[in-house]
Design a protein around this ligand. Structure first.
Ligand code: SAM
Length: 270
């Protein structure tokens, strides 16, 4: 794909970096274009730990879904900001525990819908929908969510590495509250987002990502913001942590420095 390429199909603009395709590149995927890769390399100059951080985040997603399915008995998952299909997708991890587990993937990037539908063609328990994750009403009203997700048994709502994509004016805290209010007691919220103790990193990366993605990005925040999102819920062990510290297993962890982190964990709705 040359630098001069513009629009391809399905409304996909290959010249503006997309968060989903940048994340795919950091994970070693091939569903990305020149503009995505260029933005990824530029970001690595500011925050060199980003690739390790993305891989550790993906491993956290695998572990938390497995724990939810195997230890907490969850059989339905709503994966907000699911990203492009890669290895160990949520339905694969959950259905390895129980093949009847149901998963709805939600993303606003059309490339996720196109690739996701191909992957899920033959899986009746799984769907991928294109929606803005802040549009809770549209998500819970969507026919695939109504078909696959029952609100009389626990649901896990996943928001893994996505809250930083939501600007303050779209109120990520209110988005979490809306979902908590809809889900039945005993359901779970999985939330992590990019945080940094360093104001220079928070400001620089936020500005870089907003400019790179055509203003479709939110903000690097601080750990206390994640605590605030989950206030009133029962935080499950080991608490809210840098995600590679969340119940590590035998799989290798990627060495990462601490310019910024994915910070969060698992919470139960009382
Ligand atoms: C960093 S990726 C995380 C992917 C996956 N959750 C994971 O942790 O492996 C962020 C994803 O959120 C999606 N996203 C960003 N803003 C969104 C929004 N407002 N509504 C739905 N999806 C969004 C992006 O397209 C991207 O696929």
């Amino acid at each position: 794909m040359g630098d001069g390429e513009r629009i391809i199909s399905h409304g996909i603009d290959v010249n503006t970096p997309s968060v989903a395709r940048m994340y795919d590149w950091y994970l070693g995927g091939t569903d990305n274009y020149v503009a995505d890769r260029r933005a990824c390399r530029e970001l690595l100059e500011v925050v060199p730990n980003t690739q390790a951080l993305a891989r550790n985040n993906r491993a956290f997603l695998r572990r938390v879904v497995r724990v939810l399915a195997a230890e907490y008995g969850v059989r339905q998952f709503l994966d907000h900001g699911s990203g492009l299909p890669t290895q160990d997708n949520v339905h694969q991890v959950a259905q390895a525990v129980d093949p009847s587990s149901r998963v709805v993937y939600i993303d606003n990037d059309p490339i996720v819908l196109a690739h996701g539908r191909t992957l899920l063609d033959a899986n009746d328990e799984t769907a991928v929908i294109q929606a803005d994750m802040t549009d809770t009403k549209a998500i819970f009203g969507h026919e695939d969510v109504r078909r696959l997700i029952r609100l009389d048994e626990p649901v896990a709502a996943l928001f893994v590495s996505v809250a930083h994509c939501i600007p303050d004016e779209d109120d990520p805290a209110a988005m979490f509250r809306r979902v908590v209010d809809i889900l039945p007691s005993g359901s779970f919220m999985v939330v992590c987002q990019l945080v940094s103790d360093r104001a220079d990193i928070r400001d620089h990366v936020t500005e870089f990502m907003r400019e790179a993605t055509g203003n479709t990005w939110g903000r690097v925040r601080e750990a206390h913001d994640v605590h605030a999102y989950l206030e009133g819920l029962e935080i499950m062990p080991p608490g809210l942590v840098e995600v590679s510290e969340w119940r590590p297993d035998a799989q290798p962890r990627f060495e990462q420095s601490d310019e910024w982190q994915e910070f969060g964990g698992l919470a139960r709705i009382p």
